[in-house]
Design a protein around this ligand. Structure first.
Ligand SMILES: NC(=O)C1=CN([C@@H]2O[C@H](COP(=O)(O)OP(=O)(O)OC[C@H]3O[C@@H](n4cnc5c(N)ncnc54)[C@H](O)[C@@H]3O)[C@@H](O)[C@H]2O)C=CC1
Ligand SMILES: O=C(O)C(=O)CO
Length: 392
């Protein structure tokens, strides 16, 4: 017997049944589905993380597609249930899809969507905010002020680090890592060192210059300033040893689990700053707590945690840690855009549209004044399922 779930229904007579496991920001995503003959059911259950059983109950006997969240465990059980209910489409409302077993989705012929591009700058901005907050000890100083402890300016009060001229290290220089790197280089005139499995040509061109434009380094030189330098490191350890601020932006998979562990923390400068806006398990959080205890000048800014929503014991007590609850993509424009892209992924598969040829070119789907293209914006297993690709 399925568990009862509370739902909100839009367009009850729609032909296709699309379920969203959470209310999502904005209404454009609902309107786009309703206009295309979908009955939209939104789970309004007062429970932050839905279990597999909760989602099975939501899927029910007939379901064409589901929009889900990164907190949910989309594996064999759910894809089997969705397929049994006639469903052919699932989309995470997230770019990361480490919560999804794509092989299981392939087995049941279910398309898996994600939402790249729309959250790149927003997430990079949070990583930059955490970098500044850690460098200038903003959270500690705010707490001090609110506690009524400020009794006058002092030369040694909350002295932090100047970013200008220091080195920023980026691990995982994809969309978000590159956007963050540019913010730190351009905004704070930091030198860059990065490590990725692949060369980040676009990022390198920005620092070194393209044929028709001068580089940022040359621009600084022309203005009588010290030009910034850049380097692609041959190993991650090189970044850890040389950088003053290090930000982690890889995907989470077997190769990046506990990428930053006890040994690697020991390689870092004693006064380094470590930022994580990727996924919690990229850092061994127990080792991190120990490192923070023994190195009071080492600081971290964390948006994600190994056992989310929990923190490992001791982390919350550390003055040299800034912790925020997985809000890196939380700007209104981005969250509404994520909802739209996720809905269009599901709709695209239901309607038999082709898959958009470049998942990073999302603007046509986000333009509120025009109809979105007849394509699914980003389907990660399109190739495995042999889905056609849009000519646009
Ligand atoms: N905290 C938050 O709210 C958010 C977190 N994220 C996380 O950020 C991740 C990255 O997102 P995007 O930049 O859009 O993805 P992306 O795919 O453009 O970039 C990931 C980069 O990591 C690199 N990489 C993979 N394995 C690596 C390894 N072992 N060592 C070094 N580099 C490696 C890839 O080559 C790629 O360049 C997502 O997968 C997600 O988990 C994304 C958005 C918001
Ligand atoms: O998109 C993601 O991967 C997130 O973590 C939330 O935006």
């Amino acid at each position: 017997m399925a568990k009862p779930v509370s739902i909100e229904v839009w367009n009850p007579n729609g032909k296709y049944r699309v379920v969203s496991t959470k209310p999502m920001p904005g209404t454009r995503w609902i309107n786009l589905l309703v206009e295309q003959d979908c009955r939209v059911e939104i789970c309004t259950q007062k429970k932050t993380i839905l279990s597999v059983e909760d989602i099975i109950a939501l899927i029910g006997d007939k379901c064409d597609g589901v929009i889900g969240q990164l907190t949910e465990d989309w594996g064999e059980t759910l894809f089997s249930a969705l397929s049994k209910a006639g469903g052919k489409a699932f989309s995470n409302m997230a770019v990361g899809y480490n919560n999804v077993d794509v092989n299981a989705a392939n087995k049941y012929g279910v398309a898996v969507g994600n939402t790249p591009g729309v959250l790149t700058e927003t997430t990079a901005e949070l990583a930059a905010s955490l970098s500044l907050a850690a460098a200038r000890r903003i959270v500690e100083a705010d707490e001090f002020m609110r506690a009524g402890l400020y009794d006058g300016w002092l030369p040694n009060l909350y002295v932090g680090n100047l970013l200008k001229g220091q080195t920023v290290g980026v691990i995982g220089a994809g969309r978000i890592g590159s956007a963050y790197a540019r913010m730190m280089v351009e905004g704070f005139k930091m030198n860059l060192i990065y490590f990725d499995l692949y060369q980040s040509t676009r990022l390198e061109k920005f620092v070194t210059g393209m044929s028709q434009f001068i580089s940022y380094g040359e621009f600084l030189k022309a203005n009588g300033e010290q030009p910034v330098t850049w380097k692609r490191a041959s190993s991650m350890d090189e970044v850890l040893q040389q950088a003053d601020v290090i930000s982690l932006h890889p995907i989470l998979d077997k190769t990046t689990y506990h990428l930053v562990n006890k040994e690697r923390l020991a390689l870092m400068k004693k006064e380094a700053i470590l930022i994580n806006c990727s996924r919690g398990p990229v850092i061994d959080e127990v080792a991190l707590v120990e490192h923070l205890k023994h190195n009071p000048m080492f600081r971290v800014g964390l948006d994600v945690f190994e056992d989310e929503p929990y923190m490992k014991p001791g982390l919350g007590d550390m003055k040299n840690a800034i912790v925020v609850p997985h809000i890196a993509s939380a700007s209104k424009w981005t969250r509404e855009g994520m909802a739209t892209l996720a809905a269009l992924n599901v709709l695209g598969k239901i309607k038999g549209y082709p898959v958009w040829s470049d998942p990073n070119r999302v603007e046509p789907f986000l333009n509120e004044n025009a109809r979105p293209p007849a394509a699914a914006p980003s389907i990660v297993n399109a190739k495995a399922l042999g889905l056609p690709v849009s000519k646009l």
